[in-house]
Design a protein around this ligand. Structure first.
Ligand code: Z5A
Length: 214
């Protein structure tokens, strides 16, 4: 029997470090809620789970891990949340998500480890829910770094971020929205809000779910 509740939308923010994902995802959830949309902010890695704590420790360089193993752990951190994510959407909650599988693939493949190419990196993500909309916050690495410099975590170096950006260019699909992230917070928000409103409306109207990498 079909559900009586319209499903929520899965709206994803992606982009290089400091491009504004946290700022924009937080602002979008507030705006959606204030217009009556039931919305929640999620982020990956989800550092609250036991797997997420292992990832957190790795990102903070407190532990070392094989590059393939940490890649699979990032993916497992999405799989462990998959059922909860699908249940939320089915209940009508719109999820605004800060990073997801595309970051997983773009970062690991940027390390240049033999064998860990884009295709290998995609494989553990296949079958996870595909977002209804991707808001790719497009920004040169130098401009992002000028927003306060990179932090202390692993991966926060200019060379790696440039390789990540090049990988995002390879992963982009024609249904993504490329947002100029160099504008003011309000300008970027306006562009994101329009896409989010459209995604929510399509999901209310019954848009089907899709899976990576359909
Ligand atoms: N990773 C992975 O390897 N595999 C995976 O599967 C996943 C992730 C999911 C997690 O970092 C790390 O894990 C990440 C990828 C890797 N490594 N790196 N790099 P995270 O997600 O916890 O952290 P982050 O993505 O690096 O977040 P960030 O540094 O907080 O950046 P942000 O969220 O994109 O930006 P922001 O905090 O919103 O803004 C940065 C600053 O710019 C801040 O001072 C703002 O006030 C300012 N800002 C924001 N927007 C503007 C505008 N429009 N104008 C001027 N200033 C602005």
């Amino acid at each position: 029997m079909a559900s009586l509740v319209a499903r929520g939308a899965f709206i994803l923010f992606e982009g290089v470090d400091r491009c504004g994902k946290t700022t924009q995802s937080t602002k979008l959830v507030e705006a959606l809620k204030s217009s009556g949309v039931n919305a929640e902010l999620w982020r990956y890695p989800d550092r609250t789970t036991s797997m997420g704590q292992m990832i957190n420790s790795y990102l903070q360089s407190k532990t070392e891990m094989d590059d393939g193993a940490i890649h699979l752990l990032f993916a497992a951190n999405r799989w462990e949340k998959r059922a909860a994510m699908e249940a939320k959407l089915a209940e009508g909650v719109t999820l605004v998500v800060d990073r997801y599988s595309y970051s997983g693939v773009a970062f690991t493949a940027a390390k240049g480890i033999p064998g860990l190419d884009l295709e290998w990196c995609k494989s553990p993500e296949v079958g996870l829910l595909r977002p209804d909309a991707v808001l790719y916050l497009n920004m040169p690495v130098e401009a992002a770094a000028a927003r306060g410099g990179f932090g202390e975590e692993r991966y926060e170096t200019s060379d790696l971020q440039k390789a990540v950006r090049a990988n995002f260019d390879k992963l982009r699909e024609d249904w993504w929205t490329i947002v100029d992230a160099t504008g003011t917070v309000d300008e970027v928000h306006a562009a994101c809000r329009a896409v989010a409103d459209d995604a929510v409306a399509k999901c209310v109207a019954g848009a089907p779910y899709a899976r990576l990498w359909d």
